[in-house]
Design a protein around this ligand. Structure first.
Ligand code: SF4
Length: 498
């Protein structure tokens, strides 16, 4: 039978609180239970005049609006305010009544400018602290990775630095002969070799690419540290796209230890972090480095540096012909060792060893070279099973976190220009991800969660006894998945038992 809905009848009053109109399993309702921003008002008090001016919008309300937008992948303020106008859940979450006028979208921009990135960083760090207190973080194993965020600029805004320098050095004046006067700065004679384009609309973004097959794009780079236990984002740093991730590893670990108050025992990262300095620093701190060394070229043009033996005790290097290379000079993070001219001149290996433009062979020994050799040997021998397993987790933990941020919270592209704006976007996105993990923890009562975990352990034990390797491996993989980690469910167990 066809039903009929009377569309012209409207209610004059809503006879229940706004909260009751929102389903209990709605993400904003669940997050509201774990989000505490009561401290924010005091935190930002110094950004406002206490006795003059029009009252601004409530700081907590503004942050809740921004977070609500990110939960739904809405990053543009205009779109967010249009959505908030009709979305009951966002209104309720931000603390606005049904008839209340919402702030103008420009107020959110003004708040970001007024507070600066540091305030948003504190909001993110508070979520990390909440996760630590809720037992979602143990910080023993930390996965570190970096990802590119496309800057919000057009291709037309890109120009070569060289062209900019020329324009700067030859200012346009009304007098056409002005540029020819003696003493005026002249046009540079040669174009710099590494002339790279940059954006005139967002000078902080730099051209970079994630791999050789993909063209360079104006980007920012987010450096992320993720906890192994539940995938909580522990640290976020945003830099220009061309910044090296390997240079930032140790500072990031320091920040993780500061924010969690725990000692990191294992760090996993990809080969972009395989710097000898990092291996050395991690060894000194007694942190296990699960970082594969960079692969070496199989058919090098010249005798590779690895064929030269470094003697750390006597601070010298021996070449394949058995000659000694001694320290020549120091560069910022390495020593340059140099062979004697006499040795190389009479050497049978000279053609394969010394480049045509040089007289003798030089070798650079970076700080921490011995730690790098140890890491290389360990990797060549083959990592043991627990190490391989933890590196396997690195893939889905850190890359999964980046995928989640980009696919669900619109971090694929920066929505504002300049570094501090992208930092704010990254901090809020990481805060949203942590709040989701906290909210999921609330879903199941503790006793029920523990019972489900026991059932899973029992099921695994039975599979082990039965000796069904393939099924057991599938079950183990399933029980170490992020979905199970955060919210174990009966369906998972029934499915596997079947
Ligand atoms: S060319 Fe010089 S550095 Fe190279 S193997 Fe011969 S002596 Fe050693």
């Amino acid at each position: 039978m066809i039903g009929r809905q009377e569309r012209w009848q409207e209610d004059l009053f809503v006879a229940c609180p706004l909260r009751e109109l929102i389903p209990d399993d709605h993400i904003l309702k669940r997050v509201d239970k774990v989000l505490d921003l009561s401290w924010l008002r005091d935190e930002v008090r110094d950004s406002y005049c206490l006795d003059n001016g029009r009252p601004g919008i409530d700081p907590e309300g503004a942050v809740r609006l921004m977070l609500a937008g990110l939960f739904q992948g809405i990053v543009h303020d205009r779109r967010l305010m249009r959505e908030a106008q009709v979305n009951l859940a966002i209104r309720w979450f931000a603390g606005y009544r049904l008839q209340e006028r919402l702030p103008d979208h420009s107020s959110l921009t003004r708040i970001r400018q007024r507070w600066g990135a540091d305030r948003f960083k504190r909001i993110f760090l508070k979520t990390v602290k909440a996760c630590v207190e809720a037992g979602l973080v143990n910080a023993e194993t930390v996965h570190v990775d970096a990802t590119l965020i496309r800057a919000d600029v057009s291709w037309e805004s890109l120009t070569e630095r060289h062209a900019d320098e020329v324009i700067k050095q030859n200012p346009c004046t009304d007098d056409p002969d002005d540029g020819n006067r003696p003493g005026k700065p002249g046009r540079p004679k040669t174009k710099p070799k590494n002339a790279k384009k940059h954006s005139t609309t967002d000078p902080d973004a730099t051209l970079t690419t994630s791999c050789k097959q993909v063209r360079m794009e104006p980007c920012y780079k987010q450096h992320t540290a993720v906890d192994d236990k539940r995938g909580v984002v522990l640290d976020v740093e945003v830099t220009t796209g061309e910044a090296s991730e390997g240079e930032r590893l140790i500072r990031q670990i320091d920040r993780v230890e500061d924010s969690t108050g725990r000692k990191v025992r294992t760090v996993t990262a990809d080969s972009a972090y395989a710097h000898s300095k990092n291996y050395m620093a991690l060894e000194n701190r007694k942190i296990e480095a699960v970082i594969p060394p960079q692969t070496q070229r199989k058919k090098p043009k010249r005798i590779p540096a690895r064929r030269f033996k470094y003697d750390g005790k006597h601070k010298l290097v021996r070449c394949p012909a058995g000659k000694t290379l001694r320290r020549s000079h120091r560069e910022p993070w390495r020593w340059i060792y140099r062979a004697r001219g006499l040795d190389c001149r009479n050497c049978a290996l000279r053609a394969r060893c010394v480049p045509p433009s040089a007289k003798v062979r030089t070798i650079a020994i970076a700080d921490g070279h011995e730690a790098l050799l140890r890491a290389r040997r360990r990797h060549e021998k083959g990592w043991d099973r627990p190490t391989r397993r933890v590196y396997h987790r690195h893939r889905w933990r850190s890359e999964g976190a980046h995928g989640e941020a980009k696919n669900w919270h619109a971090l694929r592209r920066a929505f504002r220009r300049r570094l501090w704006n992208v930092e704010i976007q990254a901090y809020l996105t990481a805060a949203v991800m942590n709040l989701k993990r906290l909210a999921r923890l609330e879903e199941l009562p503790g006793a029920e969660r523990a019972a489900l975990r026991q059932s899973a352990a029992l099921l695994l034990a039975i599979l082990r006894l039965l000796g069904q390797l393939e099924v057991r491996q599938a079950a183990e993989k399933h029980f170490s998945s992020p979905a199970w980690d955060v919210a174990p469910s009966k369906q998972h167990i029934f499915h596997l038992a079947a």
